[in-house]
Design a binder for this molecule. Structure first.
Ligand SMILES: C[S@@+](CC[C@H](N)C(=O)[O-])C[C@H]1O[C@@H](n2cnc3c(N)ncnc32)[C@H](O)[C@@H]1O
Length: 180
């Protein structure tokens, strides 16, 4: 019995590592698993002015901490995309433990293939290079009118932010964009 459990755990671990190498390694190289700071998450969510029942998307949701906070503090629905399988599992577990799993959906998928048409708020904490691509993605996607995009740390190239607030000593700002 104990041996079976041990084997199952090892198989799960092995598959997670394998999936990370196959699907998630490029994402891990592109941007590490650095999570947003607790205070910064609060500021970013405040900036987005999320209303109850709105759909909040986190592109590259990591361990799901922003999703959980948004759904808890603003009673919204959260959708997260995460390419690295172990982070995806962590995000799922965090959502479950938070008691908000009915309001949170985590997808182990590349966010460049995400359907963003229902999003009211889009959050991202990525690298400057990925933010350039996000700018292109947002321009090419049919988004709801009034959608707010909050970028933690880096700005979106060729888009004028509606607001910018200073966040940390490292000069990491938080940017708010609105699509009218
Ligand atoms: C800096 S972390 C931010 C995590 C979380 N949003 C937060 O603020 O705490 C960026 C995350 O994006 C994920 N990521 C990078 N490129 C991705 C892609 N194309 N599709 C899905 N996830 C991606 C990485 O695996 C990483 O977990």
């Amino acid at each position: 019995m104990l041996l079976n459990l041990f084997i199952i755990i090892w198989v799960i671990l092995f598959l997670s590592v394998l999936a990370t190498f196959i699907y998630g390694f490029p994402a891990m190289l592109a941007v590490g698993p650095i999570p947003a700071h607790k205070k910064g998450i609060g500021k970013a969510l405040e900036l987005a002015e999320i209303k109850p029942g709105e759909k909040f998307y986190d592109l590259g949701c990591g361990d799901g901490r922003v999703l959980v906070r948004a759904t808890k503090d603003y009673d919204c629905y959260g959708v997260g995309y995460e390419l690295v399988f172990p982070y995806y599992l962590l995000a799922k577990a965090r959502a479950k433990l938070s008691g908000r799993s009915d309001k949170i959906e985590v997808r182990c998928k590349n966010f460049f293939k995400a359907d963003l048409q229902n999003a009211d708020v889009i959050f991202c904490f990525l690298t400057p290079k990925l933010m350039q691509k996000i700018g292109k993605l947002l321009k090419e996607t049919k988004l709801k009118s009034g959608v707010r995009i909050v970028s933690y740390a880096f700005s979106i190239k060729d888009m004028e932010p509606e607001k910018k607030i200073e966040h940390s000593k490292e000069n990491w700002n938080i940017y708010l964009y609105k699509i009218l």
